[in-house]
Design a protein around this ligand. Structure first.
Ligand code: HEC
Ligand code: HEC
Length: 331
């Protein structure tokens, strides 16, 4: 059982790191909320975040990769290598490589930092091996393609590429390449780590948007702009945090606690991890007090009930947006 984590034959992982497998029976999903299980608690967990860019890395390391798909000989089959590279390029620049499916100015890499290779910034390393999986939002078994589709519809405010379209296949290829050497069905310990502990969650109505604005202007505006649209930092350009070119209101990031779990551990890129849980929530409340595109099918989410209490744009949870200010959120 302990050896369930298998290192693949031509795995890059094998050459660069030794990933130590651990089976952690009881403790699952790390900081993930026990009230929101996304996986059955029988999934073994792979420990070792050494294979990722550390969560403390600052702005100058945004371009760094642990596994570089542009390097030589990433795959013995040149057609596969080409698709893996295309998937990586799509994730970094979907406006160029997948424009017909993208409806905003975000890239996958804006949120999944270092192209999904950074700890505590929604890493995608090893993710492919955890699918298919049950998810509460869908209340059914979802595939990796379904999950990518979800980010297109919501985070990218776009449309879903057909599952046999080169865009979907290439992303599939890149994500599967990032999972080479991981055993099917094993869950790396670094997944699900962008969650605030349940006990530090502040009720949405108690979050003071004005305080959030002050904290945002202090900690975030230097890179994201007072208008939230992102300043070109040369090394990287953050995506819009609100407004018509940002994620839509059905995205995970449109939930205040979920966004706070990201902001707390991945931002600010000057000193990641230095905000308190409260500050991360106040700032996330301010970010999600603004208008953003509407996801048309929110009512169909969570068909099994138990809608998340931080989904501030969901009229089935909050008939009136609890944080938006009289002016409809300042652009
Ligand atoms: C606005 C930020 C944002 C953008 C942009 C974004 N995602 Fe995500 N993505 C998320 C969040 C938040 C999650 C949920 C993590 C969780 O459930 O805890 C997620 C989850 C995922 C997962 C599942 C990860 C897991 O741990 O199970 C995959 C795969 C994924 N995204 C792929 C993509 C791809 C491909 C793109 C670009 C087409 C993309 N994402 C764009 C925020 C984003
Ligand atoms: C030193 C500059 C810097 C600071 C300060 C900073 N960020 Fe970022 N942030 C970035 C960069 C750069 C990206 C995109 C990284 C990439 O594409 O590789 C990013 C991405 C994000 C994302 C992903 C979605 C998007 O729109 O790009 C969110 C959310 C975010 N930052 C929130 C915050 C918040 C909230 C703060 C303040 C607590 C903050 N950031 C402070 C540079 C910064």
């Amino acid at each position: 059982m302990i050896n369930a984590h298998r290192i693949g034959q031509n795995s890059i992982m094998e050459r660069r790191f030794s990933v130590l497998p651990f089976l952690v029976g009881a403790v699952l999903l790390g900081g993930c909320t026990p009230s929101e299980p996304e996986l059955p608690d029988t999934t073994p967990v792979v420990e070792d975040a050494m294979v990722l860019i550390p969560e403390t890395a600052t702005l100058e390391r945004v371009g760094e990769l642990i596994m570089d798909p542009m390097a030589d000989s990433i795959h013995p089959d040149p057609r596969m290598a080409e698709m893996i590279r295309l998937g990586f390029q799509i994730s970094q620049d979907p406006q160029t490589y997948a424009s017909e499916f993208v409806g905003n100015d975000l890239t996958c890499g804006n949120c999944h930092l270092n192209a999904g290779q950074r700890n505590r910034a929604l890493p995608l390393l090893g993710v492919a091996a955890t699918f298919p999986q049950y998810r509460r939002r869908d209340d059914r078994l979802v595939s990796l393609e379904d999950r990518i589709a979800g980010c297109f519809k919501r985070s990218m405010n776009g449309t879903v590429p057909p599952y046999d379209h080169p865009v979907m296949l290439a992303l599939d290829a890149y994500l599967n390449w990032l999972s080479e050497g991981f055993a099917m069905g094993e869950r790396p310990s670094w997944l699900g780590q962008n969650e605030l502990p349940v006990e530090s969650r502040i009720p949405i109505e108690a979050l003071d948007v004005d305080r959030g604005e002050d904290l945002y202007n202090l900690h975030c505006a230097p890179c994201h702009g007072l208008d939230g649209q992102g300043i070109n930092l040369i090394l990287a350009k953050p995506g819009p945090l609100w407004g018509p070119m940002s994620w839509n209101d059905g995205a995970g990031a449109a939930r205040v606690w979920k966004l706070a779990g990201y902001v707390k551990y991945a931002m600010p890129l000057t000193a990641p991890g230095t905000l308190t849980d409260e500050e991360a929530q106040l700032i996330s409340a301010y970010v999600n007090s603004h208008e953003r595109p509407a996801y048309p099918d929110k009512e169909s989410d969570f068909p099994g009930g138990n809608r998340p209490a931080d989904a501030v744009y969901d009229t089935l949870v909050f008939p009136v947006h609890p944080l938006m200010r009289g002016d409809g959120g300042r652009p």
